[in-house]
Design a protein around this ligand. Sequence first.
Ligand SMILES: C[S@@+](CC[C@H](N)C(=O)[O-])C[C@H]1O[C@@H](n2cnc3c(N)ncnc32)[C@H](O)[C@@H]1O
Length: 275
Amino acid sequence: MTSIAEAWRAASQRIDRLDARLLVENVAGCTHADLIAHPTRPLSADLLARLDALVKRRAGGEPLAYLLRSAGFYGLEFMVTPAVLIPRPETELLVNLAVEKGRQLPAPNIVDLGTGSGVLAITLERLLPEATITAVDVCSGALEVASVNARRHTADVRFLLGDWYSPLGGERFDLIVANPPYVIDGDPHLQQNGLPFEPQTALTDGVVGGDGLACIRVIVGNAARHLRPGGWMLIEHGYDQAAAVRDLLHAAGLSDVASWLDLSGVERVSGGCLR
Ligand SMILES: C[S@@+](CC[C@H](N)C(=O)[O-])C[C@H]1O[C@@H](n2cnc3c(N)ncnc32)[C@H](O)[C@@H]1O
C-alpha cells in the first residue's frame, strides 16, 4: 500500500511541492507534523484515487483554495467554493480602515456590499463586537457559503440577497464597505493564475469595452442616500483606478476623500465621508 510520504513525493512530481503536501494532508486527514513523524502511514486505494483527482485538477490550474475548500483571511479560515471569490490579502487593508472608523462609534451600523464568502462582514463582526453588520450579495450560492462561514465563526451577520442597495430599502449606515468586481471585462489577466475558475461576476462588471468601474459607479453614486451624517464609504478598486474612484466619491457629495496604499504600495482602497 502507498504511504503518505510516497504519495507526497509522487504528487510533488506533478505539482508544486507545498501544494502537494497540503493536498496529501487534506485527503489523509493529517497534519504536517503527522506527515513528518509517521511517513509510512498507509493511504487507502480510495484516498489515493481522491488525491490523484485533486492533483490532476491542480495541475490543470484550479486554485488550491477551491480544492481544499478553504482560504485564510485576517488570521481566520473561511470555506470557499467556486461560488465565491477567493479572498485576497490586499482586502485586509479594507478591514483595517473599517475597524479604525468603526472604533470611533459605540455601536456602528455597517453594511458589506458584495460579501462573497463573507470575509469582510464576518471579520468586522469579530473585531467590532458592538457593531450591527449586514451583508448583501446578488448570488445566492455566495450567501450560502457566507452563512456557513458566519456559523463557523459564530458571527451575527444579517445576510440579504439582492442588487447592491436594493434589499436595504431606505436604511442608512455609519460605514459602507465594498470590494466589488472591478477588473475590466476582457482583461487578459482574467485568463491567468486560476482566475478562469473564479466566478466572473465577482471579478468583472461585465461591461464589454468598459473601464471596469460600472459597479463602483452604482455603489459610490448611491452612497450618500445610505450613509448617516458622519458615515464613511470605503471601497476597494483596481491598482490604476484610485483617481477615477476619488472623482466618483467627490461627485457623490462625499468629503475627506482619500486613497490608501496596500502592502505592495498600490492605492487599493478609496473612501469618503458624508458631512
Ligand atoms: C470581488 S467579490 C468580493 C467578495 C468578498 N467581499 C471579498 O472581498 O472577498 C465581489 C462580490 O460582489 C458580488 N456582486 C456582483 N454583482 C453584484 C450586485 N449587483 N449586487 C450585489 N453583489 C454583487 C459578487 O457575487 C461577489 O461575491
